[in-house]
Structures are given as C-alpha cells and as structure tokens.
Design a protein around this ligand. Structure first.
Ligand code: NAD
Ligand code: DAU
Length: 358
C-alpha cells in the first residue's frame, strides 16, 4: 500500500507545491495526483517536464468542491494527502480577505472532512499508514522584536494579517480533527521560501525581474523588516521527512536560520545581477531601490527555531542563503521564457487552450 499508492497533492501547480511534486517524482518511487484550481498563482507550466511522466496525474479542481474531492479519494485511494493549496500572498489578503477565508479555512475544512470520510473506509495497514499533512506558515505566530527568541512550536498563535489569520484557522481545524476524531494529521509551519517557479508578486522574484529590466525596486517602509529565508527544496525535504517520520497530531517548525533584513536581500540580488548580467544603460542596480509606503500591519520580524524537527526526526536545511539566492537568480536568468509567459499572462491563455484537450 505504502509504496504503490499515490499521494494526493493539493496546490501542486503553485510555487512550493510544484517544487514538491517535481522533487517527489525525482526521489521517490510512488505516484502523485495533483489537484489544483489553477488560480492566477497556479501555473501548469511549472509541471511541464512531467507531461509524459506516467507516475503523475493532474486534475484541475477546487479543494472546496466536496463531490470532486470525495470522488478523487475514492478513485485514486491515496496513502497521504499533502495540502499546499491556499491563497498565499499577504498583500492580496489585505485587499480581499474573503477569498482567503473561503479557500484557506473552508477549503481546508472540506479537504479534512472528505479525507476523514475516506480514511474511515480504510482498514488494517492502509488505515495505519494514512497521513494528512497540512503545510502552514510561521506567520501564524505573529511578529517578533529584535531580541525575542525565535518561534517554537509552543509560541502562542497571534496572526496579524488576514492571510495569517486564515492559515491559523486552518491549523486549528487540523488540530481539532486529530483531537476529536483521531484523524492522522501532521502540520508544518515554515518560514519564507525562495527558489525556482516563485510567482513574481513575492519580494525575491519581484525585485529580481524589476532589477533585470532597470525598473524601481519597491521596498516597504524602512526596509529593516526581517524574514527567515529557506530554499524551497530544503522545505520540500522537510515535508517528506515529516510525512515519513513525524508523530501524529504534532506540528513541526521548518526554517533556514537565515534571517535577513529586506534591504539586504534586495541589495544582494542587485549585486548578483550586476555581476551576472551587467548593463551599461542601467549601471549599478542598487540605485533603483525605492522606499515606498509600508504594508499595513507589516510584521517586523520572523524567525524559526527548528530544533524539534532536527532533534526528533533529523531534518536540517542544506542550503545557506548566499548560494541559494545565487542559484535562484541563475534559474530565473536561464528560464526567461517561463518569466515572459508569467509576466504577460500567457501562461493562463496557454492553460485555457491546452487543458480542455487533455
Ligand atoms: P502559491 O500561491 O504559489 O500556490 C498556491 C497554489 O494553490 C496555486 O497553484 C493555486 O492555483 C492553488 N489553489 C489556490 N486556491 C485553490 C483552491 N481553492 N483549490 C485548489 N487549488 C487552489 O503558494 P505557495 O507559496 O506555493 O504556498 C503553498 C503553501 O505553503 C500555502 O499553503 C502557504 O500558506 C504555505 N507556505 C508558503 C510559504 C512561502 O514562503 N511561500 C511559506 C510557508 C508556508
Ligand atoms: O513567512 C512565510 C510567508 O512568507 C508565507 O506564509 C507567505 O505565503 C509568503 O507570501 C511569505 O510572506 P511575506 O509577506 O513575508 O512575503 P513577501 O514576499 O510578500 O514579502 C517579504 C518581505 O518583503 C515582507 O517584509 C514585505 C516586503 N516587501 C514585499 C514586497 C512584495 C517589500 O518590501 N516590497 C515588495 O514589493
């Protein structure tokens, strides 16, 4: 059961989900079924290299669709659900909080409910082996002062943005499903990811692509906010480790111990681009930095204490920030067709045209 049955990955056409699916197919022997609604953040082009991969199945659909989720579980009988699907961008949650509650809270509730119903039909080894892994964020813990200790799994929840509040709501539902029904859940709370296939609304790809074109680089507030950066493939490995070895009902913090001020992240990207892609007309990219109005309610600092996952199940990040950000810049420069499609919106036209023929 364990090795032959697929895992069901929600949100597998997004940034982290697509890295996870690609990495799973590279490293594991079992199949993957990807369920993704393909919102603006979902890009089937991220999974283009799997087009003729027999171990991968893509289903376009919404995690809030009870009939669809129930029928997928019955049809594919997965050994695990790995749940990435969410609205993920803090700024969008400030202008449109309703969609965040709908997808992140109601969507997770529906997925939990259908998965529990399916799990209750299993017996013996299959029931024992089943896992529901919920991918969440460090933003549920709120904000830290400069000298506060990093977030642990015991840090009280204090979400500050509608995004963080909706993720906190989903985390609580996962916890309640374990506590009330004995449903076999695992939760991971991770810090800021970066790497290939990240949609250019998030700081790193946004700054990278604007710097490439010589456009102003918007830095919110005073640029002194701190994030704890983790290379996306290290996150994927952390999730696989929790899936394999995590204790049921527990939560695991995942982080890179790479705290950086936003302004330092931006200058690092400018310097790498100046070296790899010098431009006489642009000159030094640092001069493109433009301080803009701050994000409302902007959390000052995040930092993850990843002691538990290291001590109990043996995961540590492999990639420190400088080589990771250099590899990321190189990936974007080597994948300008992907960038062009995303920036022009063509990735969505391509989807609409091609998906129906599948
Ligand atoms: P993303 O926005 O890049 O991708 C989200 C994916 O979910 C997209 O493919 C989208 O089409 C899909 N989706 C959205 N609503 C859906 C719905 N109703 N039904 C089915 N699919 C739907 O997000 P990401 O950055 O890859 O984040 C993935 C998960 O990891 C999220 O749950 C996020 O909260 C969490 N997380 C992200 C980070 C980060 O730094 N990006 C850090 C920690 C945790
Ligand atoms: O901490 C984990 C979280 O990291 C995830 O749960 C979220 O899904 C993910 O989007 C990310 O949230 P952030 O708000 O930290 O990421 P973002 O890339 O939007 O911003 C990073 C920092 O950079 C933040 O302090 C805001 C700042 N920023 C962002 C943008 C888009 C700017 O200064 N300028 C910008 O244009």
């Amino acid at each position: 059961f364990v090795s032959k049955q697929p895992i069901l990955v929600t949100g597998g056409a997004g940034f982290i989900g697509s890295n996870f699916v690609l990495d799973w197919i590279r490293k594991e022997s079992g199949p993957v079924v990807t369920l993704d609604k393909l919102t603006y953040a979902g890009n089937l082009g991220n999974l283009a290299s799997l087009e003729s991969e027999p171990r991968h199945t893509f289903i376009r659909g919404d995690i809030r669709d009870a009939d669809l989720v129930a029928s997928l579980l019955q049809r594919y009988t997965p050994r695990a659900v790995v749940h990435f699907a969410a609205e993920s961008h803090v700024d969008r949650s400030i202008t449109d909080p309703g969609e965040f509650v709908s997808t992140n809270v109601n969507g997770t509730l529906n997925l939990l409910q259908q998965s529990r119903t399916y799990w209750e039909t299993l017996s013996g080894e299959e029931r024992e082996a089943f896992r529901f892994l919920h991918v969440s964020t460090d933003e549920v813990y709120g904000t830290l002062g400069p000298n506060d200790p990093a977030f642990t799994e015991q840090t009280p929840y204090a979400p500050n943005s509608p995004y963080a509040a909706s993720k906190a709501g989903s985390d609580h539902l996962v916890r309640a499903y374990h506590h009330t029904y004995g449903f076999p859940t695992l939760t991971t709370n991770c810090s800021n990811n970066y790497g290939p296939f990240q949609f250019p609304e998030k700081l790193i790809p946004l700054v990278l692509l604007k710097a490439l074109d010589g456009e102003p680089l918007p830095v919110y507030g005073d640029g002194q906010n701190v994030r704890d950066w983790l290379y996306v493939l290290d996150h994927c490995e952390g999730i696989r480790t929790v899936l394999e070895k995590g204790k049921l009902g527990e939560t695991y913090n995942i982080g890179g111990s790479n705290e950086r001020k936003n302004i330092d992240v931006v200058t690092t990207i400018c310097d790498i681009l100046d070296e790899l892609q010098p431009s006489a007309s642009i000159g030094s990219r640092r001069k493109l930095i433009t301080y803009v109005k701050d994000r409302p309610g902007h959390d000052r600092r995040y930092a993850i204490d990843a002691t538990k996952i290291r001590r109990e199940i043996g995961w540590t990040p492999k990639t420190s920030f400088e080589p990771g950000i250099r590899a990321t810049v190189e990936w974007y420069l080597a994948n300008l067709d992907w960038v062009k499609d995303v920036r022009s919106g063509a990735y969505m036209d391509w989807l609409e045209l091609n998906y129906k023929e599948r």
